[in-house]
Design a protein around this ligand. Structure first.
Ligand SMILES: NC(=O)C1=CN([C@@H]2O[C@H](COP(=O)(O)OP(=O)(O)OC[C@H]3O[C@@H](n4cnc5c(N)ncnc54)[C@H](OP(=O)(O)O)[C@@H]3O)[C@@H](O)[C@H]2O)C=CC1
Ligand SMILES: CC(=O)N[C@@H](CCC(=O)OP(=O)(O)O)C(=O)O
Length: 349
């Protein structure tokens, strides 16, 4: 059994990790930390876990994280990197849901996250946790910096177009128009996510620059083999639902790409990826079709047979965008089938 610890178990991605890992056949949950709620039984805070998780939250300094095989950090940015060295020295693997191990350029990290990087040496060995792109590297990783929620949907939506060796679309003018449910902001988020503020309302934010922009650009560039530059307009929106991300992606075809069958290109690209579903041509994927599951669904459109491709992508931000992707990575790091414990059927309606 894999002994698993969770730092930050009392947040939204933390409880999602608990839900998934408590049903995982190869996992034993050993320690779950929370600073504010230490001593509280997990099931008293999350009644969904009554009779399922019989542990109490412990304070981080009193936890036995070093006895784990792997520790998930479901914490704000900056926490994982301050614990990484001592855990790695103790032989513990790390999966960070925050951004400490995503951006490879430490100056970029400091610019977007407002803090210096605590361990550039560990950052350089860390693997970016987007399984469909980095599967082989994740298998050998000691540290995985999971892809962000929006970045997962945007990168997997554009990936088949960017990995062909030559540009099929105008890569300097990609557009990602993304909408997220409110749980994306976390359990202790600001006033803007309160019910009276966020229900019956819809708005864009971060148009001037969102911290996921450099992460997505880094990832899209890597998909070209770092041979071509990427220009991306990324506009996130807050939409009044609890879970889910819907990303509408736009790309303009190059003249040489006009005769390509993009439906076939996408189906072929994802033929061996158990959690990516390329839907039939003309589909309109719905966020509820992936709710509480690790699936990500994509539909490819070319309205009016024009030169504009429209790619629709849905995922659950807390699962494929965070905890599920983390468990998918953990499975690979420990030699398991990547779907182990992750075959939950989405909840609909
Ligand atoms: N929500 C989402 O959809 C996604 C979130 N993420 C990322 O995952 C991480 C967690 O997000 P989310 O679960 O939404 O956040 P929450 O605010 O819901 O939970 C944060 C958790 O971290 C704990 N925590 C806060 N500060 C510290 C600290 N300094 N040291 C130790 N523990 C701390 C909190 O408990 P306490 O304060 O009591 O210690 C709580 O358990 C974030 O980095 C977020 O950006 C990634 C993808 C998607
Ligand atoms: C709706 C909402 O507020 N979403 C968050 C992103 C989700 C998140 O937690 O970001 P990471 O993936 O980088 O960890 C935001 O825009 O800041």
């Amino acid at each position: 059994m894999i002994k698993v610890g969770i730092v930050g178990g009392s947040g939204y991605t933390g409880v999602e990790l608990l839900r998934i890992l408590s049903a995982h056949p190869e996992v034993r949950l050993t320690t779950i930390t929370a600073r504010g709620d230490n001593g509280t039984k997990v099931a008293d805070m999350f009644p969904s876990l009554r009779g399922i998780v019989d542990l109490a939250f412990v304070a981080p300094e009193e936890s036995n994280l070093k006895d784990c095989d792997v520790v998930f950090f479901a914490t704000p940015h900056g926490v994982a990197m301050s614990h990484a060295k001592e855990l790695l020295d103790a032989g513990v693997k790390i999966i960070d849901l925050a951004a400490d191990f995503r951006l490879k350029d430490t100056a970029e990290f400091e610019k977007w996250y407002g803090m210096p990087h605590a361990c550039p040496d560990i950052l350089s060995e860390a693997v970016y946790g987007l399984v469909e792109v980095n599967r082989e590297a994740i298998k050998k990783a000691r540290v995985v910096g999971l892809a962000g929620c929006y970045p997962t949907s945007v990168q997997l939506g554009f990936a088949p177009l960017l990995t062909q060796g030559k540009a099929l679309v105008n890569e300097s003018a990609l557009i990602a128009d993304c909408k997220s449910g409110v749980s994306g902001a976390g359990r202790r988020a600001a006033v803007g996510t309160l019910f009276p503020e966020s229900s019956d309302n819809f708005h864009a934010y971060g148009v001037k620059g969102h911290r996921h922009l450099p992460e997505i650009v880094q990832g899209l560039k890597a998909l070209t083999g770092n041979t071509r530059d990427i220009g991306l307009t990324f506009v996130p929106h807050l939409t009044p639902m609890i879970r889910g991300i819907h990303s509408t992606l736009y790309a303009t075809l190059t003249p040489e790409a006009r005769d390509i069958d993009f439906q076939a290109l996408y189906e072929n690209h994802y033929r061996n990826d158990p959690f990516v579903d390329v839907m039939p041509a003309g589909s309109h994927p719905e966020t509820r079709s992936v709710r509480a599951s690790n699936y990500l669904r994509i539909a490819v459109h070319r309205p009016g047979n024009s030169d504009t491709l429209v790619i629709l992508v849905v995922e659950d931000n807390l699962v494929k965008g965070a905890a599920g992707q983390g468990v998918q990575s953990m499975n690979l790091m420990f030699g398991l089938d990547e779907t182990t414990g992750l075959k939950q059927v989405p909840v609909l309606p």
